[in-house]
Design a binder for this molecule. Structure first.
Ligand code: GLC
Length: 413
């Protein structure tokens, strides 16, 4: 009988997934690219947050590729600091899917006009730390990274409250999370009306300030702002410039003052011009846990009342993407509804270290062990059933190789 792979073999399998998904070349206009596609053939393009996670995973396998991937993310955008959610590079969107991408025209665009969770400076710092062979990487893009976060502030925080807004649900990467239903209604990601949202964006030439001003369908998204704060802190450390920490603290303060719900202890998105809290418990309501500067009691409450509760998030396998108590919770594979319950590796990668930091090592170990068993049995899948551990969605899914990072002994141990 074939045994299940151990940690060493899993690391070899993970590196094989990253290598198999690697793409490099030169676009017809002469721009070079090198990136990991999330999972061919289903996900053939470059996605902003996927690539940030890929680079983090690559850094322990081949740091040169990690750097190349992040440089490609930087090249996918515009000189004004805009970086797209999806860049098409060598693989133009297929004709049937193309109109559903948030592009300027219907066909032939190089990238979307929408953003992804802004993790680039955060990933840059982690990759720089693994780049003893090229120390100059650390500071080579400080100007561009600064322009990028300034673009975000200018275009996505028109009310100046410190929180960025998204204008289509997939900008958070959590496309069809049930938290967007009360906001987007028939225009949610999995409904036919999504097409209208794309058309409206095209008509406005994806001018996000205009979209936010004219329509109610925008969200100050907790997870996107957590990513933003992580990146601002990273940029402060990379550059030594305190102005980025000041901005990071403003984001954190705004999350505490505006998104934290006293009754539940969760952080809720704020929807539309009236900033209506969206009271749906998804992993994004727990994401501020990764912000180490938030008050310990606020973070502990997220852990003790939500993550550790077997009715909510303490599932047998990983961390479900939606609280098991929510009526919308759906742990199965569902073609257009992947953020409605299954456990993902990137969310565990984000939430396990703060669990350890807050003294919940035993629980953190359980999460890692359950995901390790699932990956050993089913391979690096897009996501896993939180009760049975069954692998679901795409196979050979690149960011699921973050598991190897979770298996590594914590620094200093
Ligand atoms: C799906 C996921 C999204 C991811 C993309 C590429 O759309 O919901 O988060 O970025 O696939 O992997």
């Amino acid at each position: 009988m074939r045994g299940t792979p151990g940690a060493g073999e899993l690391a070899v399998l993970a590196a094989a997934v990253l290598r198999a998904n690697w793409r490099e070349g030169v676009r017809p206009d002469g721009v070079a690219y090198a990136y990991t596609c999330p999972a061919p053939p289903r996900y053939r393009h470059m996605w902003h947050w996927d690539s940030c996670f890929h680079a983090i995973a690559w850094r322990n396998v081949d740091a040169a590729r990690a750097r190349a991937e992040l440089r490609t993310v930087l090249r996918s955008g515009r000189p004004d600091g805009f970086l797209p959610h999806t860049a098409f590079w060598d693989a133009p969107a297929r004709w049937r899917r193309a109109p559903l991408y948030a592009t300027r025209g219907l066909f032939g665009d190089r990238c979307t006009e929408t953003i992804g969770p802004p993790l680039l400076p955060f990933a840059w710092e982690l990759v720089a730390e693994a780049s003893a062979d090229e120390p100059a990487f650390r500071t080579e893009a400080l100007a561009e990274l600064g322009t990028h976060v300034d673009w975000l502030e200018h275009h996505r925080d028109p009310d100046g409250d410190g929180l960025l807004s998204i204008v289509v649900p997939d900008e958070s990467g959590l496309d069809d999370s049930p938290k967007y239903e009360p906001v987007y209604g028939r225009m949610t990601h999995d409904r036919p009306g999504y097409w209208l949202l794309m058309e409206r964006g095209r008509r406005a030439r994806w001018d996000s300030r205009a979209l936010i001003e004219r329509h109610d369908h925008h969200v100050e998204d907790v997870w996107v702002n957590v990513a933003y704060a992580l990146s601002l802190h990273a940029l402060a450390r990379l550059s030594g410039e305190p102005r980025w920490s000041v901005r990071a603290r403003r984001v954190e303060q705004a999350l505490l003052e505006r998104c934290l719900d006293d009754r539940s202890g969760l952080f809720f998105d704020l929807a539309g011009p009236r900033e209506r809290p969206v009271r749906v418990s998804t992993w994004s309501a727990l994401a501020p846990l990764v912000l180490g500067d938030l008050p310990a009691d606020v973070r502990l409450r997220l852990v003790e009342q939500h993550l550790l509760d077997p009715r909510r998030y303490a599932a047998p396998v990983g961390i479900p993407s939606v609280s098991m108590e929510e009526p919308a919770f759906n742990p199965r594979w569902d073609r257009f509804r992947c953020w409605r319950g299954p456990s993902w590796m990137n969310t565990a990668w984000l939430l396990v270290p703060p669990l350890r930091e807050l003294g919940h090592d035993g629980f953190a170990d359980r999460i890692v062990a359950s995901l390790t068993a699932a990956a050993a049995r089913h391979g690096f899948r897009e996501y896993y059933h939180p009760r049975s551990g069954r692998g679901l969605g795409a196979r050979g899914f690149a960011w699921s190789t973050l598991l190897i990072d979770l298996l590594a002994p914590p620094a200093g141990a």
